[in-house]
Write a protein that binds this ligand. Structure first.
Ligand code: PLP
Length: 355
């Protein structure tokens, strides 16, 4: 794939204080774009100055939500080089999301090449501060100016980059999680496994009500019986019960996280007892009552590992591990981040260097 490159004439100043980056506010100088038109396929791959996109007010994505996205990071290692963590997995998953949302597939090798070219061009934007990284957001949306319902004929694929601060500035603080009993996020046969905007729009109400009660995130139960644990807002969930590492199996309503998959591989390589299976919220509560709920943690690209300190299910509030990170969570966090930032050797072939 040929990529046309148009450099900005007015590069922005890089953030002076990398400890104040936050998440998702600052964008680099350039972005990657390509277009799809029925008959032509994906074409006109280009890296252009970061800037607003012009859309028809009738653009189909604005009306019926035909959109999918991905999220990954570029990390700066001690020797100054830049690397990605399992980016092929993101583009593979992107095509799974495309298929579900009737968006034409991308060529995974081509877009990985495009991403590497863009990150190389924006190399200086990859933060140098410990724990900070360059967040990468690839996404596709329908652009046809048409307010009828059907799959679109025209799409844009875009990659934008955002330097982001360390997720944990004051150590791994456990989060408070609210088990959602009223709303559901995904249903049988729905779009739970696809990374699509709709899944987030639908989750905001529950998230807001949890916030109002001083809880940071929602734990979603299955959309049929509201009995089995599925996942947290933008993280998969793990339980350590009596030494067994358990995460809900991928039934179609859970997003197949790349961090989830990596954590499973890691725990297996350490010889731990690992299970992907259905786990009910009753089982979690029972394990808690019996003193067997050793650790609970979320997994996702942003936080890597997010220890859960409180779990509220109806009137029952479970404080887990004395509201402190547990040894298994800590070991996984240290190993995963070590591999991502290149301080630990990668025995799995997960790292892709930018050179
Ligand atoms: C992206 C996402 C995750 C985490 O996936 P990773 O690949 O580990 O970042 C989990 N749940 C939902 C709903 C997500 O959108």
């Amino acid at each position: 794939m040929e990529i046309r490159i148009e450099r900005t004439a007015t590069p922005k100043a890089k953030p002076a204080d990398e400890t104040k980056l936050g998440f998702g506010h600052i964008f680099t100088d350039h972005m990657f774009i390509m277009n799809y038109d029925t008959g032509l396929g994906w074409h006109d791959a280009r890296i252009v100055p970061f800037g607003d996109i012009t859309l028809s007010p009738a653009a189909m994505c604005l009306h019926y939500g035909q959109e999918i996205f991905e999220g990954l990071k570029a990390y700066r290692t001690a020797d100054g080089s830049v690397q990605l963590f399992r980016p092929e997995e993101n583009f593979k998953r992107m095509n799974v999301s495309c298929d579900r949302m009737v968006i034409p597939p991308i060529n995974e090798a081509d877009v990985l090449e495009a991403l590497k070219t863009l990150v190389k061009l924006e190399e200086d934007w990859v933060p140098h501060t410990e724990g900070a990284s360059l967040y990468i957001r690839p996404y596709i949306f329908a652009t046809d100016p048409y307010v009828g319902v059907r799959p679109a004929d025209h799409y844009m694929f875009v990659i934008i980059l955002s330097p982001s601060g360390a997720y944990y500035s004051t150590g791994l603080n456990p989060v408070k999680i609210y088990v959602e009993k009223k709303y559901v996020r995904a249903v049988r046969g729905g779009t739970g496994f696809a990374k699509t905007a709709a899944n987030y729009a639908i989750s905001l109400k529950g998230q807001q009500e949890a916030h109002d009660q001083d809880y940071e995130q929602v734990l979603w139960l299955d959309g049929v019986e509201q009995k089995y644990v599925e996942e947290v807002g933008s993280m998969n969930i793990f339980f350590v019960i009596d030494g067994e590492v358990i995460t809900p199996e991928l039934t179609g309503s859970v997003l197949p996280g790349i961090t989830r998959k990596s954590v499973l591989q890691l725990c297996e390589s350490w010889g731990m007892k690992v299970s992907e299976r259905r786990i009910s919220i009753d089982e979690v509560a029972k394990a808690y009552d019996e003193g067997k709920l050793d650790e609970v943690f979320g997994t996702g690209t942003a936080a890597v590992i997010s220890p859960v300190g409180h779990l509220k299910w109806g009137d029952k509030v479970m404080e887990i591990g004395g509201n402190k990170i547990g040894p298994i969570s800590q070991r996984i966090y240290d190993t995963m981040t070590g591999i991502q930032w290149g301080t630990i050797e990668d025995p799995f072939g997960w790292i892709v260097k930018i050179d």
